[in-house]
Write a protein that binds this ligand. Sequence first.
Ligand SMILES: Cc1ncc(COP(=O)(O)O)c(C=O)c1O
Length: 403
Amino acid sequence: MKQKGIGTECAHNDTHEIMEHAHILPIFATSTFTFDDAAQGMERFSGKTEGYTYSRFGNPTTSAIEQQLARLEAHGLKNENGSRLELRALLHASGQSAMATMFLSNLKAGDCILSDHSLYGGTHEFLHSFLPQFGIKAIFADMNDLDLVEEVLQKNAAIRLLNLETPSNPTMQCVDIKAACDLAKKYNKKVTVDNTVATPYLQQPFAYGADFVFHSTTKFLNGHGSSIGGVLIGRDIEFMKTKAYNTYKLLGATSSPFDAFLLGQGIKTLPMRMEKHCSNAMLVANFLSGHPAVNKVYYNGLPGHPGYAISIQQMKRPGSLMSFELKGDITKAIQFIDKLKICVRAVSLGTTDTLISHPASMSHSGMPRDLRYKAGISDSLVRMSVGLEDVDDILNDLEQALQ
Ligand SMILES: Cc1ncc(COP(=O)(O)O)c(C=O)c1O
């Protein structure tokens, strides 16, 4: 059958055949599943036959969304034999747990990760402070400096994995995924990409050679701020079925079926939402960059941003997250945030309404100050996830708060 469009893939997350022809994906609110006899239970547990056993190990509602997310990341892509790319997804209770499954299933004591330093605060803290307790070390480098990356790879045979977040939260730094994957392959390393900020609608890291993608589905994929969730998606099906699945089960990182349902409702409108998010964001970024109270705008859709050229190469459009530095110190940022009337004061991103936060004291407060500054997160930096409101209302609100 001809490949469906990505909008169609988003609009359909139902699986009529296995769900009694329900039109909308049902919520399987059950912790466990019954067996016809003991032998069936034994066979399912041993993996000899497929079938649900216990909702921490898998549930029909979460499976439907896992399959949909795998289809979205693989949309239109081919494998090395020229057939449709097959991916496997595991739906998690949060983006943080999807990221933890990814690292813990790939690494053991003595191994190293090479990561770009521009990351979401929780990922940075996990790599910088948490994993070292288990003998796993992270080395941070600018992943666009390919000579440096190659030098680090040559010097550190213990590196197993390259970790990218592109565009990154909050400064929208972009990494050339293909260049990083080509280099990683030369040294037989795997590459993982946090695709939260872009979503599979705007960017598909598997097209450029990534081995794993993870998302905080809490953000644009859910799109309505109604649940916390995450997904880990992998190219190596056997690895996903064994090592990744085992780690996920043992961590107990499974999504609840109710959260999976809410996520599925959000995915249906992903393309339309992303288009409007991007159009509004471009207008907001242009407004902010011309404003006398603003020192610097970090948005990869602006030609002056270091990620601009890479974005054009690997993204459909630049997304809706941005940050900007106000002239002055932290007090200016606080005064500005407190004056907002329409934009909402809250962390998170990707909801229908515009969210504004202060990374230095909120999402990135767990990062050591010197590393935070190095990543461009100054005390007067404000993060903005541009929503779907009438853009004039957003601009008027920003104007009055910047006065
Ligand atoms: C880019 C990115 N990755 C991962 C996470 C973690 O996701 P969650 O909060 O769903 O655990 C976040 C959260 O803000 C994020 O912005």
